[in-house]
Design a protein around this ligand. Sequence first.
Ligand SMILES: [Mn+2]
Length: 276
Amino acid sequence: MDRLRFRSIFISDVHLGTRDCRADFLLDFLRSTRCEQLYLVGDIIDLEAMEQAPYWPARHSEVLAEFLDLAARGTAVTYIPGNHDASLRGLAGQRLGAIEVALDAIHTTADGKRLRVSHGDEFDPEHQGKTWLTWFGDYAYRLVCLANRKLNAVRKRLRLPYFALSILAKSRIGKALAYIRHYESLATARARELGLDGQICGHIHFGHLAEHDGMLYLNDGDWVEHCTALVEHLDGTLELLHWSERRAALMRAAAGESRPQPAPIPAWAQILSARG
Ligand SMILES: [Mn+2]
């Protein structure tokens, strides 16, 4: 089957070396796509976790082999270490095979947008990374993630009760959203200082594309839970791809069989709708 073609692909927070890594989904993604430029935006190998509890199944070696192989066969691969693979920052300016290691990068899209690429732990003043989830609660977090990506599709059919918004603002979900919003504003402020059009990062395991005062905020998410990648199409359009959910539809569309169907409305949204 033909591979999906993109101009560039950005992935981060793979956390190889931990049991949470979704290596199967990632291998499938890497073997189903093709791009000119691949950015590994940090926390790819979780060296920090491996100091505590080494875990390295064969699948994780396959992922590394795939990265090296892509680079050897001509894809420009850039590895930008994050906080969990920070010791690799010492290799900045050098190469791992044909993979270039760098502290950050400026990516220019096909339509001329100039975007800084870095892991993003520098925008996390408390260096919490994903640990903010421990006080936020995993269930609520998943709900927000789901809402984040389904809302646009659901919005027209869903009549949320008016008071839901104020409850949300005062809840732990509200605090988490405030945290994410603050993180996003620090990231875009930095891009503005540098005279760029936006920032591409990962780190908080929350894939999201947004615009703050004309600056682009592009978070590529993670391969621990959400299996998301930021992709740049050949014309420079940027999209957050949810591989585990959209794979089948995308591959069918690529084969010319049918157009991708919109994602179904999740059960929780139907419950809310019935209440409203
Ligand atoms: Mn991180």
